[in-house]
Design a protein around this ligand. Structure first.
Ligand code: DQA
Length: 142
């Protein structure tokens, strides 16, 4: 089983960006967290972060036939991107949407999730632990 972990814009700024909201752990810490979870659970994975919407679409398309599941935090593109939604629908790979913060308790524009229309599951507000939950959910449900 292979899982692709995708992270969108500004998540590379973890540790610097709004620490009161996102905490002090860095993106490298998140990569290590995902690596530890995958090793402990025998999950074959790739992780990728980009600030570019089209690059996320490309990676989703390239996952077709190569990955069994996707964990995706599209970050701000969650609330704007029909293109990412369409890409996930096009490849029809089960996807779990993750957000570090509790988006539904933040500004109203963050309550809208396009990717949520295609996601098999959505996990919000659990910080890095949300990625563990998403990976294990895919492992158990694929
Ligand atoms: C986020 C929430 C989004 O609203 C925001 O734009 C992000 C991160 C989260 O992980 O909580 O960049 O996806």
């Amino acid at each position: 089983m292979r899982i692709l972990v995708l992270n969108g814009p500004n998540l590379n700024m973890l540790g610097i960006r709004e620490p009161e909201m996102y905490g002090s752990n860095t993106y490298a810490d998140l990569e290590k967290f995902v690596d530890d979870v995958c090793r402990e659970n025998g999950i074959d994975y790739e992780i990728y972060q980009t600030n570019w919407e089209g690059a996320l679409v490309d990676r989703i398309q390239e996952a077709y036939g190569k990955f069994d599941g996707i964990v995706i935090n599209p970050a701000a593109y969650t609330h704007t991107s029909v293109a990412i939604l369409d890409a996930v629908k096009a490849v029809a790979i089960p996807a779990v949407e993750v957000h570090l913060t509790e988006v539904n308790e933040r500004e109203p524009f963050r309550h809208i999730s396009y990717i949520g229309l295609a996601a098999a599951k959505t996990i919000t507000g659990k910080g890095f632990e949300g990625y563990r939950e998403a990976l294990l959910w895919l492992k158990d449900n694929l």
